[in-house]
Design a protein around this ligand. Structure first.
Ligand code: SAM
Ligand code: SF4
Length: 474
């Protein structure tokens, strides 16, 4: 049944399926006492084992489900406060040689118009995004033999090269591309990427092999070891994920946690972020219209809450695949980063011809503009939108970041830095309504600040921003 290439020869499969099935079986019908015990352990913020996480996912008592949500909310609030990091995806190419049954970009889809942006087109897209106020982008690529690591590195350079009026620049480029070899990862590390992101889709090997029928992505082990190679190449921040809907969701969560633990064992640090896309209808991908393992909203919310408790210091990323109302619920229970104003077709930000629903990678559930999203999250819900990139620029990444995160550093640095980037956004890009709501929120946040020395530094920098200075951080 194995169609693997020679790429993965000698690599071991550290996803022990038997162990995962045992953990799931042991967690079936957990007693209320066991669930409470796990929640109490979670509150210590040292994370949970895969088995303990399965206990939460297997609970069926509605009251205890509420307790799971409340625990996740309190951990989220304690570690991240009300800050929410924002980014936009930038699709560079939808050409792809792989045959992933769930994705509209798969090579068999003859109905999709293929497009790969050249340097000028990339720069045009970045200009539009900068003019909306974005500072952090996630570049997304299909996997095609024509496009190698040198080419990817050049696209990153193109993005960083664009500066526009006001504070227009991209300060962190994250990447979601197919796994490279160590030399390739070094090339993209050298051009200054932030996080390397790659989703394993499904950790269940038989399902994986059934759904990936052509191209390089057929090789389960080559993909499984992608994060290891990225770290070997010096990329400190890696982002994992699974695509929910393909296989049993509890199995996927445990797969993610075992993967994270293996990285921790081998490199001393787990993933910087975890993503959990839910399968969405996509043109030319039949399975996406009829997921074999549909995940209900309730179960999905529990997955997010359980992950927040299991890996308290790992960023949890949500995309515009989910609609606005549900996104808010998921933010409450643990999500710390969201995408906003997204388009999933190369060129769709700058060229209206490509801004059509029928060409996007999948259906987008939240179509609001960045400004509308900010008005809603800041004005109605009191979240501080953040475009902060200070840690990355000051070398606080990987293991170093995790150590700092555990000492209350996020509250001490991330919140004020988030407020400073929010102020910058309000000054340069916000509509009048968003500006008024945002400034009121900043004012409330500053008043609530209890460290007088830090409060003074923050007030001073906010005033300097108002006077025209930019890119200030602590
Ligand atoms: N080609 C690269 C790869 O496969 O790793 C990166 C780009 S791919 C477009 C990014 C992610 O989109 C995939 O890892 C998958 O999880 C997600 N995706 C694909 N089809 C999807 C669908 N129908 N609904 C939601 N997410 C999907
Ligand atoms: Fe290509 Fe990635 Fe889509 Fe698979 S998921 S078809 S590799 S773009």
């Amino acid at each position: 049944m194995k169609k693997n290439s020679t790429l993965s020869q000698g690599l071991t499969n550290f996803i022990d399926e038997e162990l995962i099935f045992e953990e799931i079986a042991k967690a079936e019908n957990p007693s209320p006492n066991l669930v409470r015990e796990v929640l109490n352990k979670g509150l210590e913020r040292n994370g949970l084992s895969p088995f303990e996480t399965a206990v939460l996912l297997k609970n069926t008592d509605p009251e205890l489900d509420e307790a799971i949500f409340e625990t996740a909310m309190s951990i989220k609030q304690g570690i991240y406060g009300n800050r929410l990091v924002l980014f936009a995806p930038l699709y560079i190419t939808n050409e792809c040689g792989n045959q992933c049954e769930y994705c509209g970009f798969n090579a068999k889809n003859r109905d999709l118009e293929r497009r790969t942006l050249n340097s000028d087109e990339i720069r045009a897209e970045v200009e539009v995004l900068e003019n909306q106020g974005h500072k952090r982008l996630l570049l997304v690529y299909g996997e095609h033999p024509k496009y190698d690591a040198d080419w990817i590195a050049q696209t990153v350079r193109d993005v960083y090269s664009v500066t526009t009026d006001k504070s227009g620049e991209i300060r962190r480029v994250n990447i979601n591309c197919a796994p490279l070899d160590v030399a390739g990862f070094r090339k993209i590390h050298e051009v200054g990427i932030g996080t390397y992101q790659c989703f394993h889709e499904t950790y269940h090997r038989e399902t994986y092999e059934k759904l990936h029928t052509g191209g390089r992505k057929t090789d389960y082990l080559w993909r499984l070891h992608a994060m290891h190679r990225a770290m070997e190449a010096g990329i400190d921040d890696v982002g994992m994920g699974a695509l929910f809907g393909l296989y049993d969701p509890t199995f996927e969560v445990l797969g993610l946690l075992h993967h994270a633990k293996q990285l921790e064992r081998d490199y001393g640090v787990g993933p910087h972020t975890i993503s959990f896309p839910r399968l969405e209808p996509a043109l030319g991908a039949e399975i996406a219209f009829n997921p074999p393992h549909p995940t209900s909203k309730h179960d999905f919310k529990k997955i997010v809450a359980a992950l927040r408790i299991a890996v308290p210091y790992t960023g949890l990323i949500l995309t515009t695949r989910e609609n606005a109302e549900f996104r808010r619920e998921l933010i409450e229970v643990g999500v710390s980063q969201i995408s906003a104003g997204s388009r999933t077709y190369p060129g769709a930000y700058s060229d209206p011809e490509y801004d059509r629903p029928d060409v996007q990678q999948f259906c987008i559930g939240d179509n609001r503009s960045l400004d509308e999203i900010i008005l809603s999250i800041a004005g109605e819900h009191g979240y501080v939108p953040s475009w902060c990139t200070a840690c990355y620029r000051m070398g606080r990444t990987g293991e170093h970041f995790m150590e700092l995160a555990k000492t209350g550093f996020i509250q001490e640095f991330c919140l004020p830095n988030g407020l400073l980037t929010f102020k910058e956004y309000l000054e340069d890009y916000a509509s009048d309504e968003t500006k008024a709501a945002g400034n009121a929120l900043i004012q409330r946040e500053v008043e609530a600040y209890d460290d007088p020395k830090r409060k003074k530094i923050l007030m001073d920098r906010l005033a300097r921003m108002e006077a025209g200075e930019r890119d200030l951080y602590i």
